[in-house]
Design a protein. Structure first.
Length: 99
């Protein structure tokens, strides 16, 4: 069973209502949980964060990318993603059950 959701959100263009599913829904859920501090692929590992954020932005969500450096065995840079859209999620499953 896979989960999908109807998402109501506000952006600078007004209020929208769309269906989201799969990894894009997972990423949106992580962004909502992270709140104003945002999240990174390091704190919330996922295979294609940049792709999920791209898809969510294309759908109209306002998501900021803050570029940060990191140290360790593989130093470099990563993005911290911060959701700025107000979001309300109505969870359902493929079978139509409410979560």
């Amino acid at each position: 069973m896979s989960w999908r959701a109807i998402v109501n959100f506000k952006n600078r263009d007004g209020t929208r209502r769309i269906e989201i599913k799969g990894r894009d829904l997972w990423a949106l859920h992580e962004l909502v949980k992270a709140g104003p501090k945002g999240c990174t692929p390091i704190t919330r590992p996922g295979p294609r964060w940049s792709g999920y954020v791209y898809n969510l932005r294309k759908a109209g969500f306002e998501i900021e990318t803050i570029h940060e450096g990191h140290k360790g065995a593989f130093p470099g840079r990563h993005g911290r993603y911060v959701l700025h859209s107000a979001v309300q999620v109505e969870w359902t499953s493929d079978s139509g059950e409410a979560a």
